[in-house]
Design a protein around this ligand. Structure first.
Ligand SMILES: Nc1ncnc2c1ncn2[C@@H]1O[C@H](COP(=O)(O)OP(=O)(O)OP(=O)(O)O)[C@@H](O)[C@H]1O
Length: 264
């Protein structure tokens, strides 16, 4: 989880994220290959692709926690990881980062005190109650985090990321382990947040979730396969669903790779 302070002079950057030639090396391997993409403000951008294609690495680069990043990567008008982005970016990793021996509310109070040390305690408490309601955990606020289900713990992590109402939310597979009702409710919350002006970058490998995004970045093997609205991707590929569009694009990319191999 990461949150960073308001930086009004740069708040008008046209895109929330702008990458130009983004390349990341992990261990001995290049796992992101010269990516060019943007994430528009005030929308939900879905980052989709098979396991291991580089979604988490891209998200870690955006929030500034990834090593060996080269190329240009601007976030809210600043270089990714810039200290002034701290309260402007919320990040939820795949592994919920909560303290099991604290209650849900104590976890949120603790993170609010760290993230917003200069805010009046009464305001922080109000923020805590707001995010508890947003993730539908008010009734479990006094339960120990260690006694929660996996899906509930994920929602505590999401609540922490919502503290302070960050402009950009980077959510790595936020709906894993949630039942269909909670999944639907979370997507409703994501759309409410976007309608209030927040930008969301949400990864998933569940293709039906792609249909709920305003825009998609489809990834394969550390490369961006396609970038556009679900409608544009379906039209471009002559398919009915984003899943079919993705499979068509994968097949085209594989055929292009084979052609390159045979002409070498
Ligand atoms: N520490 C590491 N050293 C070397 N390679 C790594 C390391 N961590 C991850 N990788 C590789 O980087 C690639 C991208 O991993 P990443 O976790 O970003 O993928 P992902 O699309 O988020 O996968 P998943 O959906 O399974 O979480 C993978 O091929 C993975 O094996």
């Amino acid at each position: 989880m990461m949150n960073y302070l308001a930086d009004p002079p740069h708040a008008t950057a046209p895109h929330a994220v702008h990458a130009d030639g983004l390349t990341v090396v992990r261990g001995a391997r290049t796992v992101l290959h010269h990516l060019d993409f943007t994430v528009p403000r005030g929308q939900i951008t879905g980052l989709l692709g098979p396991s291991g294609c580089g979604k988490s690495t891209l998200m870690r680069s955006v929030v500034g926690t990834q090593a060996k990043v080269t190329g240009t990567l601007d976030v809210l008008g600043r270089p990714a990881g810039h200290p002034t982005l701290r309260s402007r970016v919320g990040y939820v990793t795949q592994a919920p980062s909560v303290y099991d021996d604290l209650t849900v509310r104590q976890n949120l109070d603790y993170f609010a005190a760290i993230l917003e040390p200069h805010r009046a305690p009464a305001d922080r408490r109000q923020d805590t109650e707001r995010v508890l309601a947003e993730v539908d955990l008010t009734s479990r606020a006094d339960a120990l985090a260690g006694n929660l289900s996996g899906g509930q713990r994920n929602r505590v992590s999401l609540a922490v990321a919502l503290l302070g109402s960050p402009e950009l939310l980077v959510l790595d597979e936020p709906t894993v382990g949630l039942d269909p009702v909670l999944r639907r409710d979370l997507w409703t919350l994501f759309h409410d947040l976007a309608a209030r002006g927040a930008t969301l970058l949400v990864s998933s490998h569940v293709m039906d979730e792609a249909e709920r995004c305003h825009r998609l970045l489809l990834m394969r093997d550390g490369r961006i396969l396609a970038d556009g609205t679900p409608d544009a991707l379906r039209t471009r590929t002559g398919t009915d669903t984003v899943e079919a569009a993705f499979l068509r694009l994968v097949d085209e990319a594989a055929a292009a790779d084979r052609t390159k191999e045979t002409t070498r």
